[in-house]
Ligand binder design. Structure first.
Ligand SMILES: [Zn+2]
Length: 323
């Protein structure tokens, strides 16, 4: 639960239309009993879900939850008797059937202080098959006044039976102009740092905001400088690999993928990059392989695979493009 959002009277600007849609449905008494908020990570799905939960439970709402009534106070203290949150527990990566059964039992009880009961399930795709099955009936015939809000970064992994019973709200990667304005206003910065943060974040506004608040953008610049310096010089891989190996592997592989994609784009549109001069020996098809490998290695970074070896091999392939 994102507590800062509960008393907030605004939503991220790129979510305005989602919020209006939600309010219109609510005011017309046509809000579905099960909502699925889906979209890429870092686009504000949690904030949207939290604001909805608070608005639906609030006893004196306007467009947003009031932030001051008994319901809002209890919710902010994570002690609201009509609110239930379901997520993987105790180091597990899945939501289990017992958790879903316990939730359904609680939803069947009468409400205590709000007009509805609210369940917030996230990330919904982590429900295992038995858990998803157990939830189906509640999605079909929810207890009288219950609303279930499911949030997913990867809704393609949800069973069709679950998806088809939810009203879906999709958050796409927001318009870059809106996000740049928001980042500038929020951080007090402008120009290049904003563009670089958004680039390093792969377009995700919340990740870009976190990058602007931290020294991490220097690391992103270092990755680009390293890639430029390595072209045609495989002998330097060992040192560069050692330097870059100190970075967070998820960030590093994301950035190697993003930088490679930028080079591909610059070849296709014939525009050199400021960090890597045009080189006729660079080929889009070879770079595409490198980008795919970087994406694959990012998945592997979470496993036991020797990350240092993956990085060395990738950097050698990068360096040897130009000989
Ligand atoms: Zn309230």
């Amino acid at each position: 639960m994102n507590q800062a959002v509960i008393a907030s009277n605004e939503i991220y600007p790129w979510l305005d239309s989602h919020w209006s849609f939600f309010l219109r449905r609510l005011e017309a008494d046509k809000l579905a009993h099960a909502l699925l908020i889906e979209g890429p990570a870092g686009t504000g799905k949690t904030a949207l879900a939290t604001a909805m939960v608070a608005r639906l439970l609030c006893r004196e709402p306007t467009d947003f939850a009031c932030g001051a009534c008994r319901s809002c106070t209890l919710l902010a203290g994570l002690a609201h008797p009509d609110y239930f949150e379901l997520q993987p527990e105790d180091g597990s990566e899945v939501i289990k059937v017992d958790q879903v059964r316990a939730l359904i039992g609680k939803l069947d009880l009468t409400t205590s202080i709000s007009a509805r009961k609210l369940a917030y399930i996230h990330p919904a795709e982590t429900m295992n098959a038995a858990a998803a099955n157990a939830l189906l009936k509640s999605l079909e015939e929810p207890a009288g006044n219950a609303v279930l809000i499911l949030v997913s970064n990867d809704a393609g992994r949800l069973p069709v039976t679950i998806r088809s019973r939810c009203q879906s709200m999709t958050i796409n990667q927001p318009d870059a102009g809106i996000v740049r304005d928001w980042l500038a206003k929020r951080s007090g910065q402008s120009g290049r740092p904003i563009v670089e943060a958004l680039q390093a974040a792969g377009g995700s506004p919340l990740r870009a905001a976190a990058y602007l608040d931290s020294p991490v953008l220097d690391a992103f610049s270092r990755v680009k400088a390293s890639l430029a310096s390595l072209l045609g010089k495989p002998a330097a891989v060992s040192q560069v690999s050692h330097d870059l190996g100190a970075l967070d592997p998820l960030d590093l592989w994301r950035w190697l993928s993003i930088c490679t994609a930028e080079v591909i784009k610059s070849i296709l549109v014939g525009q050199p990059l400021d960090w890597l001069p045009a080189n006729p020996q660079l080929r889009a098809d070879a770079l595409l392989d490198l980008q795919r490998q970087a994406d694959k290695n990012r998945q592997l970074a979470a496993t036991q695979v020797r990350g240092d070896l993956l990085l060395q091999v990738w950097l050698i392939n990068w360096a040897e493009q130009v000989s």
